[in-house]
Design a protein around this ligand. Structure first.
Ligand SMILES: [Zn+2]
Length: 501
């Protein structure tokens, strides 16, 4: 039997403290494809959710209805116009092609719009209004999803990423699609068991290279091995820079049928996350400390990598923080690189001056200098100008082509600065290589990323250090005034505030 399956991808991780909204154009700067032809041409075979659903469609002989693939870089709330536009494409597809046998969605789980604090739940409400309560819906989520109980009640199958750095987007969508196939065929009757605790975020941000996530993952595997009715388990670490009631980590068990043991599994996983609530593996250095380590670094043939954790554009930071760069220049580092610094005006000026030009430019710090430092008036040489386009080849997004927009490399003393026009965190070597910087040959590689950089950069590094430059994704939560989250909430409230969580 041929099943007709509607697919749609609409993803954003919203930092509600970011002052810059996410509009339709922001999706155009990352992933924005419409209809089967565009989606298959751009995404088939890549490490993306849509590729996983395309694989599932081919394997199971679906008649797929691919509506839209839209992903924007994390930043402030999604505009109502953008939400209505992209959710409208999914809903129009449903109306025009319905009834369908199943629905396969790729969502982030932490989208907030101007009007909806839990945008994924709003989208599912609208999907259910058209498709009815019984059409099976599978959904992939980012491991940093903030999932509330209302959402969990409207979806039958959830497969969140199991990795951070995220390297299993295609595999998780394929898994969700395979379960959807079994549900449509009547082999299973999936439904979700859901649990959470009063926490802003959990499991040390979800890092899957350290505890507690390593142990949690093993435990989840054991639960699935012990009972084939446990179809899948998702452990969401949550995304803390979101001032909404449903912020925080959650565990979701996709079970076959209704059995209290599924709920018990979700609760046990969340008990573990609660117990490990104070675990932090990173040591967050000040920028001066990080620059001093670089100055004294005994370089042989592999670089020191400094992660500018707090200015990670992958968590909604502005990507133009200058504090770490200033410290590196003060320390007189040589053979160093720094990137990507988001500054479209400077990138245009540098590109306009051309390769070989020596000039003085105010660099970075323009969005909100309270988070990461003011613009730096720097004199240096333009050593590279490109259109910013690169095709990734690393573990996270191999095969995906993206663009920094007009891009220049500006050398100031011993530091090559990658100045870009499109906000993006560093996850792939091609982001430096395509613009003339070989990070494998630098003594110090400073990059804006929290954790994703580890997939491509940890293997080539002699040492990795992490610093808090004061950017908007700072781990120092005292800098934010939470007003809408549910209380009490760890770590905003003391342990004494929690009776028996
Ligand atoms: Zn994530």
């Amino acid at each position: 039997m041929t099943f007709r399956v509607l697919t749609g991808q609409f993803m954003h991780e919203t930092n509600t403290f970011a002052a810059v909204k996410t509009d339709i154009a922001a999706f155009g700067r990352m992933i924005r494809h419409r209809g089967a032809d565009e989606i298959e041409a751009h995404l088939a075979g890549t490490n993306t959710e849509m590729a996983g659903y395309i694989d599932a469609a081919a394997e199971h002989g679906w008649e797929p209805v691919h509506t839209v693939a839209a992903v924007a870089n994390p930043l402030g709330p999604v505009t109502d116009e953008a939400f209505e536009h992209f959710s409208g494409l999914i809903l129009d597809g449903l109306v025009e092609n319905g009834p369908v046998d199943g629905i396969a969605l790729a969502l982030h789980g932490a989208m907030v719009t101007e009007s909806h604090e839990d945008a994924e739940t709003e989208l599912l409400r609208r999907v259910r209004a058209v498709a009815g309560p019984d059409t099976p819906v599978c959904c992939t989520l980012d491991l940093h999803a903030n999932v509330g109980p209302a959402f969990a009640g409207m979806v039958q199958i959830v497969c969140s990423y199991l990795t951070y750095p995220h390297i299993d987007m295609r595999a998780r969508a394929r898994r969700a699609g395979d379960l959807l196939q079994r549900a449509m065929a009547g082999e299973i009757r999936p439904r979700l068991a859901y649990a959470r605790r009063p926490m802003l975020q959990g499991a040390d941000g979800g890092r899957t290279d350290v505890e507690p996530m390593i142990g949690l993952g093993k435990k989840a595997d054991a639960f699935m091995a012990a009972d084939p009715r446990v179809l899948d388990i998702s452990i969401n670490a949550g995304f803390g820079q979101s001032d909404i009631p449903d912020v925080g980590p959650s565990a979701i068990v996709t079970g076959d049928g209704d059995d209290p043991s599924f709920q018990a599994i979700a609760e046990e996983l969340m008990d573990d996350i609660w117990t490990a609530r104070d675990v932090v593996n990173n040591v967050y250095l000040g920028v001066g400390e990080a620059a001093a380590i670089a100055r004294d670094f005994n370089y042989k043939d592999k670089p020191l990598v400094i992660a500018d954790y707090a200015d990670n554009p992958g968590a909604g930071a502005y990507g133009d923080a200058t504090n770490l760069l200033a410290a590196m220049l003060d320390a007189d580092l040589d053979n160093a690189c720094f990137g990507a610094l988001y500054d479209p005006a400077a990138a245009a000026d540098l590109a306009g001056a051309g390769v070989g030009a020596r000039m003085t430019a105010p660099l970075g710090g323009k969005t909100d200098p309270r988070f990461g430092g003011p613009p730096l008036p720097l004199t240096g040489d333009v050593v590279s100008v490109t259109d910013g386009v690169m095709t990734f080849d690393g573990p996270m997004m191999a095969g995906v082509t993206k663009s920094f927009g007009p891009t220049a490399v500006f050398r100031v003393k011993g530091v090559e600065i990658l100045v870009v026009s499109n906000l993006m965190q560093i996850i792939d070597l091609r982001q430096f290589l395509a613009h003339g910087i070989d990070p494998r040959a630098r003594k110090t590689v400073a990059l804006k990323s929290m954790q994703h950089f580890r997939a491509a950069y940890e293997p080539l590094a002699e040492r990795v250090v992490v610093c808090d430059s004061g950017g908007l994704a700072t781990p120092d939560l005292t800098r934010f005034a939470y007003a809408k989250v549910r209380r009490p909430l760890h770590p905003l409230d003391p342990d004494a505030a929690f009776a028996a969580p």
